[in-house]
Design a protein around this ligand. Structure first.
Ligand code: 13P
Length: 254
């Protein structure tokens, strides 16, 4: 059975004290959430070492939002996978559309970052998704298939056990415009098919695929009820502990 996950991507939000307070609130309420759901919070680099002890003993796992594409050395401003690991975090998000769009993150770089993260023992949430013009041109299946194959086909079936995919249509991120459950499901099914064509049925069945883009307490249950949607990657709504927990609670009715 593949894992059900609700992950919060805090992006560039919260000061350190605000982040600690938010993590404490999430950790306290996490115990109410259905046992089958794993919870993850992806906090800014500056927060990670301080959040690890706050989350310890709760079911909430800690993630970074990015990592460097080199192991160490003269790369001013970058944060390596070993540094991340030493904070106590166990995951990193990679390839978020905001990084692809604003920071020139290419599929080639993502192959390297994913490789380094896995070698360091971090699990990876790899984000994919089409932008509005690609959706309007009917290219969404093609774009997502290409993003999946360009990065993930460099890895083994064994390594896929440590990789979660997040489908985030760029036009639905922070816009209040959610993909309909059907629009999300058809891409998730396509991603599973692409994984199956390369890695075989078992890997396709075992890979957790999250939906992200204006996911909130009011639409989470409908999205999570889809056969190929295994949870959510939550932006705005993860900044309020009650909303984030309410999204995790949506699994109760599914
Ligand atoms: P929103 O939930 O704010 O639309 O953001 C989604 C996202 O980008 C999560 O990584």
């Amino acid at each position: 059975m593949r894992k059900k996950i609700v992950a919060g991507n805090w992006k560039m939000n919260t000061t350190v004290p605000e982040g600690i307070a938010l993590a404490k609130a999430v950790a306290e309420k996490a115990a109410q959430t259905p046992e089958k759901v794993d919870l993850i919070v992806a906090a800014p680099f500056t927060h990670l070492a301080l959040l690890a002890p706050v989350l310890e003993g709760s079911k909430v796992q800690l993630s970074a939002q990015n990592c460097a594409d080199h192991t160490s050395g003269a790369y001013t401003g970058e944060v390596s996978v070993d540094m991340l690991k030493s904070t106590g975090c166990t995951w990193t998000i990679l390839g978020h559309s905001e990084r692809r769009q604003y920071y020139g993150e290419t599929d080639e770089k993502l192959v390297e970052k994913t490789r380094l993260a896995l070698e360091a023992g971090l699990d990876v949430i790899l984000c994919v998704g089409e932008n509005l013009s690609e959706r309007e041109a009917g290219e969404h299946f093609h774009v997502v298939t290409d993003q999946i194959s360009s990065v993930l086909f460099h890895f083994s079936a064994e390594q896929m056990k440590h990789i979660v995919v997040a489908y985030e249509p760029v036009w639905a991120i922070g816009t209040g415009k959610t993909a309909t459950a059907q629009q999300a499901e058809e891409i998730h099914a396509c991603i599973r098919e692409v994984l199956g064509s390369h890695f075989g049925l078992q890997v396709a069945e075992d890979t957790t695929i999250l939906y992200g883009g204006s996911c909130k307490p009011s639409n989470a249950a409908e999205l999570f009820a889809q056969k190929d949607i295994d949870g959510g990657l939550i932006g705005g709504a993860s900044l309020k502990a009650d909303d984030f927990i309410a999204i995790a609670m949506a699994w109760q009715s599914v």
